[in-house]
Design a protein around this ligand. Structure first.
Ligand SMILES: [Zn+2]
Length: 272
């Protein structure tokens, strides 16, 4: 289970316009954008909690709107509504979705690095908490209402490959394949596709190592007796996450975090 991100609580009072107090058992996490680039997310929090919640009319009609979470330009995550209660964020999906509003930046409404990291962390945690699969259970507002109604979040709807990468980043975090610090913002033009350190083959296959003779396992990438922490026995198969280039014999780092020799005399590698 991934660690819960730091959340700043800005609880909304119970009110019929944003926090009706209806129970929610969520099965989806719906992503939104706050609507105007470079406006701080805390303004959105204040709008929901201090304006809409008190009864706010536009063209003579009350606005019904809120979000469980708002993520700011500096990455701060605000929570307005408990995850066990409905909010008014995602139209017909309000009965089953968490609503996450996210502040954006620039002409194209992409995300700051801090915002992107918080988005991945929060959405991944919300999925992990309920055993949801980020690849299918993170949705956009537009997935629910259709493009004719609203492009939301507009950057993700216009760049579906970035939305796909965002969901993958969430999945990698849930699966422990990357840490929060390794999350790379795929939306800022400087970002690159997240490198998942489960392969050294460069073709998305996983590298395995089969042990040919009993060998030592090491806590560090060296062969000194001080670093020996145990033995792996002949016939065992392990996942390689990295090949360590050394002077002399190279070593493999295994998924469990230990190191073994890369000498073909003792081990055989294969991809799958
Ligand atoms: Zn929306």
């Amino acid at each position: 289970m991934i660690k819960k991100p730091v959340i700043v609580e800005k609880w909304q009072k119970k009110n019929k316009f944003g926090r009706p107090g209806i129970a929610l058992n969520y099965t989806k996490v719906a992503m939104h954008y706050t609507g105007q680039a470079d406006v701080p997310g805390k303004n959105t929090v204040s709008y929901f909690n201090n304006v809409v919640a008190n009864g706010y009319k536009v063209n003579g009609k009350y606005i019904y709107a809120s979000a469980h979470f708002v993520i700011d330009l500096d990455g701060t995550i605000y929570q307005l509504i408990p995850i066990t209660e409905r909010c008014y964020c995602t139209n017909s999906a309000n009965s089953y979705a968490i609503g996450v509003e996210v502040a954006t930046t620039g002409k194209d409404n992409h995300y700051t690095d801090a915002t992107y990291r918080s988005m991945v962390w929060l959405a991944a945690w919300l999925c992990a908490y309920k055993g949801l699969n980020p690849l299918k259970d993170i949705i956009t507002h537009t997935d629910v209402v259709g493009k004719a109604y609203k492009l939301c979040p507009i950057y993700m709807v216009k760049n579906p490959s970035k939305m796909a990468q965002f969901k993958k980043d969430c999945k990698y975090l849930v699966d422990g394949k990357v840490s929060v610090n390794q999350i790379v913002n795929c939306t800022n033009g400087k970002g690159k596709v997240t490198i998942v350190p489960t392969t050294t083959t460069g073709n998305n296959k996983t590298l395995y190592v089969k042990i040919l003779q009993d060998i030592n396992i090491h806590s560090k990438p060296d062969f000194t007796s001080k670093s020996v922490i145990g033995v792996v026995t002949k016939g065992g198969v392990y996942t390689v996450i990295e090949k360590i280039k050394r002077i002399g014999t190279d070593m493999y780092k295994l998924k469990s975090g230990v190191y073994i020799t890369a000498s073909p005399k003792y081990v055989e590698v294969f991809e799958k």
